[in-house]
Design a protein around this ligand. Sequence first.
Ligand code: RB5
Length: 145
Amino acid sequence: MQIWIGCDHAGFERKQEVMELLQQKGFSVEDCGCDGSRTDYPEIAKKVGEAVAANPGDRGILICGTGIGMSIAANKIRGVRAALCADAFSTKYTRLHNDANIMCMGARTLGSGLALELVEIFLDTPFEGGRHETRVHMITELEQQ
Ligand code: RB5
């Protein structure tokens, strides 16, 4: 599983911390920017979203000030199921039930310790499938309309 990661200027420091964790855990990580300079978040959401949509099984992590702009933008890309993650329960269940393939986090709303814990939950939790598979398929059908 390859991890595609991106941020805007508000999320840059948190992205560096998350990348360090991912590297320690032995993940293959592709940094889609930014480098800390002022950046429009939809540009980065597009890069990460297109990469994840093109590579089923891969995951994405997007960080901006609130995580909201990144999630709105990433969810415009066909094949992306981006979830705003701010607590452990939702992060676990968006993997179990929604098969979320991108997690979005707010650097201005979450502390470093919680953010890193949520990353571990997101990457360690499998999709439950079964009845949830049907619902995820229904989301995919909405994209075709
Ligand atoms: C940048 O100031 C801020 O708007 C952005 O990081 C994000 O929070 C948008 O949703």
